[in-house]
Design a protein around this ligand. Structure first.
Ligand code: PLI
Length: 469
């Protein structure tokens, strides 16, 4: 069912695949030593978000804003029209989104969570439910801050790291129907969809699923808004796995998928191949008017939304580069390459390998550590100490606390994410990463957990501090 990098190449009559670009400029990496890493980890409270980037060798913290831009994008930066109002780069961005994603009205924002803030405030009434295919940290927080109640309606398979369902990001339509039945359609703000699903391991949704969801929502007059952050990667999985899509381009698949939704918010820092930026796009004229009015309070005028003209130009170009089949094939091919090395060595990871990252399954990596000592956070710290490779926790720390009970959310998935920036690292870097993970795996029995000694109120994973047990 899954295509390996080898078979991906065979589709083109070759044995291997390779990146559809070559390197024009390089950035030296910091080489670290054990003593320096011990000091840096302790200073950072064993939280990889608090490390200085100068203390990191290979940085797999996130694929967000860490992309390498192309020569075309850098050339576009020089064409920035830094007018306060009506920058020509805004119109390029608007046209790119309309052309590639197919939505009608566009509001730029400084990054994804700026867009999440606006859509949550505009489309959620206090006490309304917001069903989604698993939560994302900033998304759910903005929904909760707008008075919404998030409800996870992803299929159960998504919560099982070993389940091989090809579309683990799918919505369970029975869960949605039951919620409508129980609470009434008027008490549902909208469906909050994500393609791919970050917290599930970068898992995709199928076209059949979004189509069926659209039909269900139409019966009840419920809107669907899409977190399109990694939707181009989702389109790749549909092309590869869903009947009827093998001969369609990523661009065609993306546009069809978006056509079943009423709008989208975007962190351009991922699929759109830039270092900063976001946007919101909707089809409804009245909602657009409201969003366009709100953006001037929180982000900036509606033709820049917190971005420089040059940044909007880079996004516009990145949108067209990001949707190219050859780009996505090599991007996901690199992620899979790392996944296959780890799998061959018996290291537990989320399967199938998703779009943007390898997620180490910390529960199976450290079966002797209970979730209360933060196994995934521990694994991220140990990997850094071993090799200077930076990863991130996606488990109980990221899940935070239930705002009503104050208790930890205890997610089934306790994961450490090795996130691959786009167009940045080589296959040799992936080899080094795999070897480092293997070393930490071989020492797993001697590893104890962590104790949280400082916990901030919001999105605690960013700034929490720990001590080693
Ligand atoms: O980091 P922002 O504010 O540009 O975007 C927020 C955001 C929204 N949706 C999804 C699915 C995300 O993955 C996301 C940000 N993700 C980060 C920073 C990550 O490391 O995965």
């Amino acid at each position: 069912m899954t295509t390996t990098p080898q078979t991906m190449g065979q589709q083109f009559g070759r044995r291997s695949w390779a990146e559809p670009w070559k390197i024009k400029m390089v950035e030296p990496l910091t080489m670290t030593d054990r003593a320096g890493r011990e000091r840096a980890a302790q200073e950072a409270g064993y939280n990889t978000f608090l490390l200085k980037s100068d203390d990191v060798y290979i940085d797999l913290l996130t694929d967000s804003g860490t992309n390498a831009m192309s020569d075309r994008q850098w050339a576009g930066m020089m064409l920035g029209d830094e007018a306060y109002a009506g920058s020509r780069n805004f119109y390029h961005l608007e046209e790119a989104i309309q052309t590639v994603y197919g939505y009608k009205h566009i509001v730029p924002t400084h990054q994804g969570r700026g867009a999440e803030h606006l859509i949550s405030q505009a489309a959620i009434k206090k006490g309304q439910y917001v069903p989604g295919n698993m939560y994302f940290t900033t998304t759910r927080l903005h929904q909760e801050m707008a008075g919404g109640i998030f409800v996870d309606v992803i299929i159960d398979e998504a919560h099982d790291a070993q389940n091989l369902h090809p579309f683990k990001g799918n919505v369970d339509l029975d869960k949605v129907a039951a919620l409508i039945e129980r609470e009434g359609a008027a008490n549902i703000a909208y469906i909050s969809l994500a393609g791919t699903v970050n917290m599930a391991g970068g898992q995709p949704m199928s076209m059949a699923n979004v189509k069926a969801l659209r039909a269900l929502c139409d019966q009840h007059g419920i809107k669907i808004y899409l977190d399109a952050t990694r939707m181009m990667e989702n389109a790749f999985f549909i092309q590869e796995r869903e009947a009827g899509y093998a001969d369609k381009t990523i661009a065609q698949i993306l546009k069809e998928f978006c056509s079943y939704t009423d709008g989208a918010w975007m962190s351009a820092k991922k699929d759109n191949l830039v270092n900063i930026g976001g946007w919101l796009a909707v089809n409804d004229q009245d909602l657009f008017e409201e969003l366009r009015n709100m953006v001037v309070i929180f982000e900036g005028l509606h033709t820049y939304g917190g971005l420089a003209g040059r940044d909007m130009e880079a996004i516009a170009i990145g949108i067209f580069e990001g949707v190219q089949d050859a780009h996505i094939r090599s991007r996901i091919g690199q992620v899979r390459y790392l996944g296959e090395l780890l799998t061959d060595w018996g290291i537990p990871i989320v399967q199938p390998v998703g779009g943007h990252a390898i997620f180490l399954d910390a529960r199976r990596f450290y079966p002797h550590l209970p979730q209360s000592v933060f196994p995934a956070q521990t694994l991220a710290a140990e990997l850094y100490l071993d090799s200077g490779i930076r990863s991130m926790e996606r488990g109980v720390v990221s899940a935070g606390r239930d705002p009503h009970t104050g208790e930890h959310y205890y997610p089934k998935l306790e994961l450490t994410r090795l996130t691959i920036p786009r167009r940045v690292y080589t296959q040799a870097h992936m080899d080094v990463v795999a070897e480092a993970v293997k070393t930490v795996f071989d020492q797993r029995d001697a590893t104890r957990g962590l104790k949280m000694v400082y916990e901030p109120k919001y999105l605690r994973f960013f700034q929490a501090r720990f001590e080693r047990l």
